[in-house]
Design a protein around this ligand. Structure first.
Ligand code: HEM
Length: 195
C-alpha cells in the first residue's frame, strides 16, 4: 500500500503521463524547505515594525489577540517573498499592458499589498485594519500555487512572538538593522537588540 507522505507521492507522481525525473523529485522536495528563510524574514520584519513604534509593541504585549493581527499586517506591509514567476498561457491585456502568449511574468507581491485601491493608508503598519481588508494581502501568493506552508508559518510566528513578548518584554533595538540585498526576498541580515 502506498504511503501518503510527500516523498512517496513524488515517487509515483505523473506529469503528462510520465514519472518525474530524479531532478524534478529533488527540486519539488526541496521546495518544502524554503519556508526557513521566509519565516525568519516574516519574524524580523514584524519585530522591527513593532519595536520601531513602541506603542505598537506595548499594545501587542498587553493584548495578545493582536499577535495574529500583527502577523497579517507584517505579511501585507513587508512580504518576505517579493515576487513569483508565471508563464502566460495566452495573450491577455491587463491594465492597458499587453502580455503575449508564453511570456514570463513576475507578479510583484509588495505592489499588490500596497495597492491604495484595496488598502487604506497602505504604507502604514496598523493594528486596527478591518479584517476583510487585511485578509486581501498576497503574502502567501494566490490561486493553485498558494503557499502550502502558510498555516505552519502563521502558527510558528504566533508562538515565537508570544514567547519573545513573555521572555523579553523590554526588548529594544540597539542599532538600525541592515536589509538583505533584495532580489526576491525582503528581510534583514543583521538585527542588533538588547533586553
Ligand atoms: C512566512 C513564511 C512564508 C512565506 C511568506 C511564503 C510565501 C510563499 C509564496 C509567496 C509562494 C508562492 C505562491 C504562488 O506562487 O502563488 C509560496 C509557495 C510555496 N511555499 Fe511558501 N512561504 C512561507 C513559508 C513556507 C513554509 C514553512 C513552507 C514549507 C513547509 C513553504 C513551502 C512552499 C512551497 C512548497 C511552495 C510552492 C507551492 C506551489 O508552487 O504550488 N512555504 N510560499
Amino acid at each position: 500500500m502506498l504511503s501518503e507522505d510527500l516523498i512517496s507521492l513524488l515517487v509515483v507522481a505523473r506529469l503528462g503521463g510520465r514519472l518525474l525525473t530524479l531532478d524534478e523529485r529533488h527540486r519539488t522536495a526541496r521546495g518544502f524547505f524554503v519556508g526557513n528563510d521566509t519565516f525568519t524574514s516574516l519574524f524580523l520584519n514584524m519585530l522591527y515594525r513593532l519595536l520601531e513604534n513602541r506603542s505598537l509593541w506595548e499594545a501587542v504585549k498587553a493584548d495578545r489577540s493582536l499577535v495574529n493581527v500583527a502577523i497579517e499586517e507584517s505579511l501585507r506591509l513587508d512580504p518576505p517573498s517579493i515576487g513569483m514567476f508565471r508563464l502566460s498561457t495566452h495573450r491577455i491585456e491587463l491594465h492597458g499592458v499587453e502580455i503575449p502568449e508564453h511570456s514570463r511574468v513576475l507578479f510583484a507581491i509588495p505592489g499588490a499589498n500596497h495597492d491604495p485601491a484595496v488598502f487604506d493608508r497602505p504604507d502604514e503598519f496598523r493594528l486596527d485594519r478591518p479584517r476583510e481588508e487585511m485578509q486581501r494581502h498576497l503574502g502567501f501568493g494566490f490561486g493553485p500555487h498558494f503557499c502550502p506552508g502558510a498555516s505552519i508559518a502563521r502558527l510558528e510566528a504566533n508562538i515565537a512572538l508570544n514567547r519573545v513578548l513573555d521572555r523579553m518584554p523590554d526588548l529594544e533595538l540597539t542599532e538600525p538593522p541592515e536589509r538583505i540585498e533584495p532580489f526576491n526576498f525582503w528581510g534583514y541580515k543583521t538585527f542588533m537588540a538588547k533586553w
